[in-house]
Ligand binder design. Structure first.
Ligand SMILES: Cc1cc2nc3c(=O)[nH]c(=O)nc-3n(C[C@H](O)[C@H](O)[C@H](O)COP(=O)(O)OP(=O)(O)OC[C@H]3O[C@@H](n4cnc5c(N)ncnc54)[C@H](O)[C@@H]3O)c2cc1C
Length: 391
């Protein structure tokens, strides 16, 4: 069995950035299809929410930034950033900084005497002295209680970026949730030719004022906007600046950090969606789904106002919630051995779990380092810290 110094699980922005910082110093291999979340889950014509200066993957000395790519390839700075530009940049980053990528899913990581054994879906096995798990948010959808019993029903999807709506033409669709993702899904379902779209929201939909990074602004307005909303337009200033100080965040009392996090990531919709919801989407505000029942030709949702919606497709967009149990590829014994509080693994300042040969980065570290762990901008702090500890 081949031995690696570091095996990285997940080839998203975080996994690739950690690999770039370890390049040349360690035998490192990244597992997974590079930027798969971005390639397969997001609409092909998507424009990124984060701006050019906050969307670079991390490599030592800033050599892997979007600016460096633009200089090297003659590409022009464009804002908002189209998804295909980001993917071209990602390919360049990978070619330049991440030589060893094994494009297979990791099925299992288990503890052995000399390291952790990593088994991939193609049957490969390596022994790694250290494993860094960088698997993003997708394995951790928040599943509201009534949906828990039907998680395997193929007519119920968990929304990510809209691609799950590609085949809803002619179908009755219900979307559950009230954040940007849910509202976008409802609009996309209507655009895709759904015969009806019901949007079920627990409270009233909260509409943001013009916070979109791409909104037209004067030069001064643009500068003020950047100061006020440093990353992707989330959170009220000035508390959203705390996001940029992950070490400070990690020292906040947990209840306060939780409250701030919920406030900063508070869900709501952008003005452009409001314009497009019009009469194509029936809004059921202040209502909850109490029960979900499979029917002969679809799914029946029983709502808290006593009404029912019979639909052929349901899209649940209730956000993401990390829980160690979602890391199914970690062998159960290993998973159970990790110190955790309420399903959140205890991490030290270098992202190590209580099993010192295992580190968790990205979303899995959000409970310690705050919302920066959700955005590409978080790769700089994370990759430097993890690589520094492993070097
Ligand atoms: C619609 C949408 C728009 C977004 N727009 C922005 C934006 O504009 N700016 C921004 O900063 N952020 C944006 N985000 C957030 C974005 O997802 C994160 O910034 C970024 O992708 C986080 O990187 P990551 O490496 O943690 O996760 P991911 O990009 O999800 O990468 C994790 C990777 O791990 C892989 N993986 C999972 N399990 C395994 C396994 N067992 N074996 C091998 N591989 C595995 C996955 O396939 C995936 O490729 C957006 C998210 C969504 C859903």
């Amino acid at each position: 069995m081949r031995t690696l110094d570091v095996a990285i699980v997940g080839a998203g922005p975080f996994g690739l950035s950690v690999a770039a910082h370890l390049r040349g110093r360690r035998a490192v291999r990244v597992h997974g299809v590079p930027l798969k979340t971005w390639r397969t889950c997001m609409p092909a014509d998507m424009l990124l929410r984060s701006d050019w200066d906050h969307t670079s993957l991390s490599a030592p000395g800033g050599a892997g930034s979007l600016d460096a790519w633009a200089r090297a390839t003659g590409a022009e700075r464009r804002e908002p950033i189209p998804l295909d530009l980001f993917l071209r940049y990602g390919r360049w980053f990978e070619d330049r900084f991440v030589p060893d990528v094994h494009e297979a899913e990791v099925e299992r990581v288990e503890a052995a005497r000399d390291g952790l054994v990593v088994t991939t879906a193609d049957g490969g096995r390596v022994l790694a002295r250290h494993v860094v798990a960088a698997v993003g948010v997708l394995p951790f959808p928040r599943v509201p209680e009534p949906f828990r019993r039907c998680e395997d029903d193929t007519r119920i999807d968990y929304a990510v970026g809209g691609r799950e709506l590609a085949d809803v033409q002619g179908l009755r669709v219900a979307v559950v949730g009230g954040g940007q993702n849910a509202l976008e899904s409802a609009v996309l379902a209507a655009d895709a030719g759904a015969t009806s779209v019901d949007l079920v929201v627990r409270s009233a939909v909260r509409w943001f004022r013009s916070r979109e990074p791409s909104a037209q602004r004067s030069a001064v307005g643009g500068r003020l906007y950047r100061l006020a909303y440093p990353i992707v337009g989330f959170g009220p200033p000035p508390i959203n600046r705390l996001v940029l100080a992950p070490d400070l965040w990690s020292h906040l009392p947990k209840p306060l950090a939780g409250r701030l996090s919920r406030r900063i990531l508070r869900s709501g919709g952008s003005p452009w969606i409001r314009e497009r919801l019009d009469d194509r989407v029936r809004l059921h505000e202040g209502r909850e789904v109490l029960a979900v029942e499979p029917t002969a030709d679809g799914v029946r949702l029983r709502l808290s106002d006593g009404t029912v919606r019979d639909v052929e497709r349901v899209v649940v967009a209730a956000g993401f919630r990390f829980h160690l149990d979602g890391m199914r590829f970690l062998d159960e014994r290993l998973r159970r051995s990790l110190r955790a509080v309420d399903g959140l693994p205890v991490l030290d300042r270098t992202f190590r779990t209580s099993e010192p040969r295992l580190s968790l980065v990205g979303f899995a570290a959000e409970h310690r380092f705050g919302p920066l762990s959700r955005y590409v901008e978080g790769t700089h702090f994370t990759a430097r810290r993890v690589a520094g500890a492993l070097a």
